[in-house]
Design a protein around this ligand. Structure first.
Ligand code: DC
Length: 221
């Protein structure tokens, strides 16, 4: 698809730990585009709902609360309703609780507008349903994946790097559990869009994955 001077909308979908965030951020940086991490939105929603005792079984309360929800991404920080939640949304508790909230139809529809806000200026967006639901007309759709063991290992190393003492087996179990919920849910399940490029990154270095995506991007012009 030719861009004719328009800035591209590039989407990366795939399971937890496939490298979508780190790769997406780097691709966005090299292309001079904003980066949208939609998993962070679902994580921030989960944090707020847990604090306010609103469960995934209460769609009407979720919808009402989300009517006044706001999220911001600036300077590497994530703010939700004005509060810096960058660290609070990356805890094992949020990892464990986020999938049921993200499977609620009212939650997904409430944040469609937020996700599409910057699309006319071009962006790199990552998530689970970017190519299928949120940006069905994206200029480039990549489905990024890797074996569960590779993805668990990456999450394990991420946590080690943050000074935590993670348990690899526990992370692997969580990766498998979240894959099952995210792929098996009725609404916006994790499936590649029919026009997505499938990229299994097992055995590829970070730089090789970034370059692979940039090569596809170069062909858009
Ligand atoms: O990418 P992540 O691990 O930060 O995502 C957190 C959760 O949010 C994940 O379990 C699935 C959900 N999610 C989603 O359902 N749709 C998206 N577009 C992004 C994330």
């Amino acid at each position: 698809m030719a861009l004719r001077g328009k800035k591209p909308v590039i989407v990366l979908d795939g399971p937890a730990g496939a490298g979508k965030s780190s790769v997406g951020k780097e691709v966005a940086k090299r292309l001079g585009l904003p980066f949208l991490d939609t998993g962070a939105i679902y994580r921030a929603i989960t944090l707020i709902m847990l604090r306010e005792n609103i469960t995934p079984m209460e769609p009407a309360r979720l919808k009402e609360r989300l009517a006044s929800f706001s999220i911001g991404f600036a300077g590497g920080k994530v703010t939700a309703c004005g509060e810096d939640v960058t660290a609070a949304i990356r805890t094992p508790e949020i990892d464990m609780e986020v999938s049921p909230y993200s499977a609620v139809c009212e939650v997904r529809s409430s944040i469609l507008g937020i996700q599409r806000q910057g699309m006319s200026e071009g962006l790199v967006a990552e998530g689970r349903d970017m190519g299928t639901v949120v940006f069905p007309d994206a200029d480039l759709k990549i489905f990024l994946t890797a074996s569960p063991e590779t993805r668990a290992r990456r999450r394990y190393e991420e946590r080690l790097g943050r000074g935590e003492t993670p348990d690899y087996e526990e992370i692997l179990e969580l990766v498998n559990r979240r894959d099952a919920i995210d792929s098996g849910r009725e609404i916006a399940p994790l499936v590649p869009a029919c026009d997505a490029i499938y990229f299994d990154t097992t055995g590829f270095s970070f730089e090789e994955v970034v370059r692979g995506i940039l090569e596809h991007t170069a062909r858009l012009n």
